[in-house]
Design a protein around this ligand. Structure first.
Ligand code: F0G
Length: 402
């Protein structure tokens, strides 16, 4: 395995553990080039199933269980909190709301820190530890911060998080504090926080944002686990909220590998849903533009995806195109309504996750998705990630009734 520039025209390669976040030649993002030898898909599927009864911490992790497709580390170096293993939950009221017969949710909010970020963080933090990092840091709208803080604590490494001041849910901030990270508040948006962090290249900091290719490797396994749960039969659609676009980029990479190595014969169409006030990717798709124009002042109630300049858009776009998917946006009102329906289905999620159901509702209303299509929607964060949002919504409702 090695690192490779994501731009196929450049294709520069680097040692797997080289301390680089972007291609030294052209500045494009890097990715881990996975090339396992002698892959026999049928026997690996059987091995991965068998590992579910094992007591080895690597087998218990829903990420490291699929380690044949991950960078290799000695077992004792792996930093894990038993992430992954999240269920598929069938939508009832939500399916009715979307107008779909077959809707399931993969709830990544049921991870150790309540968010999908743990799936990437176990891989990123293991690499950080492997290369001897002393300080690990990220910019974050809150969830990456909470996850970094927890895994840094487990790894015995100092964690530092850069947050847009006043724009992060208190629940997430509280997690970062509880796990002992140093919190740096930056005036402006997530994009400003990320730029502040990325300027600190000379301070011996190991960067753990989702542009870190090892985080993408961990998040990639979400699709290995999902397909395992679906007996390796792809649904028609996979719907995911888009912020910095690391997660959809990771899913795209997963399907590319699963198809290439014969685990699947067909991938689901990847549908990325953004919030209308933070929708540069959706705008690009709708206008047919060749490059992404950032949104200068992103604004949405779904603070997790309040991002104007998503870094992983090229990786994500490749997956959307390769699978025949699409990109759309939904308004804050549509997100709030969909979130309430997910709550009334007994599932619950944070606002950003509800963009998936809002997007499905919109696609069904326009006839873009068939009623009989099979759909898996990714819920990215737990209902308790933004309790203020819930209380505010219900206060408004009770004021309206009094
Ligand atoms: N949903 C939730 C709950 C998130 O926290 C995020 C991103 C996304 C969706 C979007 O995922 O960026 O991979 O497209 N949160 C980041 C953070 C930016 O800092 O916690 P993406």
């Amino acid at each position: 395995m090695q690192l490779r520039c994501f731009d196929p025209n450049c294709a520069t390669t680097l040692d797997l553990h080289a301390p680089a976040l972007e291609c030294p030649k052209c500045g494009e993002l890097l990715e881990v080039e996975v090339a396992p030898n002698d892959v026999d898909a049928a026997s690996l599927k059987a091995l991965w199933t068998a590992r579910r009864t094992s007591r080895d911490p690597r087998d218990i992790s829903g990420v490291w269980r699929y380690r044949e497709f991950l960078p290799a580390y000695p077992a004792e170096e792996i930093v894990t909190l038993g992430e992954g293993n999240t269920p598929l939950v069938r939508g009832l009221r939500t399916a009715e709301y979307a107008g779909l017969r077959d809707l399931q949710f993969k709830h990544l909010g049921w991870n150790p820190t309540g968010c999908f970020k743990d799936l990437g963080m176990t891989a990123g933090m293991t690499e950080a530890k492997h290369v001897g990092a002393r300080i690990v840091a990220c910019a974050s709208t809150g969830n990456t911060a909470a996850s970094l803080a927890a895994y840094a604590a487990r790894a015995g490494v100092a964690g530092r998080v850069y947050l847009p001041q006043g724009q992060v849910s208190l629940n997430k901030l509280a997690q970062a504090l509880d796990f002992g990270a140093e919190v740096v508040e930056v005036e402006g948006s997530f994009d400003d926080a990320l730029n502040t962090l990325l300027a600190k290249t000379n301070e011996g900091i190991y960067f753990l944002n989702s542009i870190n290719p090892f985080r993408i490797e961990g998040q990639k396994t979400t699709m290995f686990e999902l397909m395992d749960q679906l007996n390796w039969q792809a649904p028609d659609y996979l719907v995911v909220p888009g912020g910095n676009l690391g997660n959809s980029a990771a899913f795209a990479k997963a399907f590319d590998e699963l198809l290439r190595y014969g685990f699947l014969t067909r991938a689901p169409r990847i549908v990325v849903v953004q919030a209308a006030g933070a929708n540069p990717f959706a705008q690009m798709w709708q206008s047919g533009a060749a490059t992404l124009t950032p949104v200068a002042e992103p604004e949405t109630i779904a603070t997790a995806i309040r991002i104007g300049n998503p870094r992983s858009w090229k990786k994500s776009l490749k997956g959307v195109k390769a699978t025949g998917g699409q990109i759309l946006d939904v308004t804050d009102e549509e997100i709030a309504e969909a979130k309430a329906v997910i709550g009334r289905d007994g599932i619950g999620c944070e606002p950003a996750s509800a963009a998936t159901l809002a997007g499905l509702h919109k696609l069904r209303a326009s006839g873009a998705i068939d009623r009989d299509a099979s759909v898996v929607a990714i819920l990215t964060g737990h209902v308790l990630k933004d309790t203020n949002f819930i209380i505010r919504t219900h206060q408004k409702e009770s004021n309206a009734h009094s």
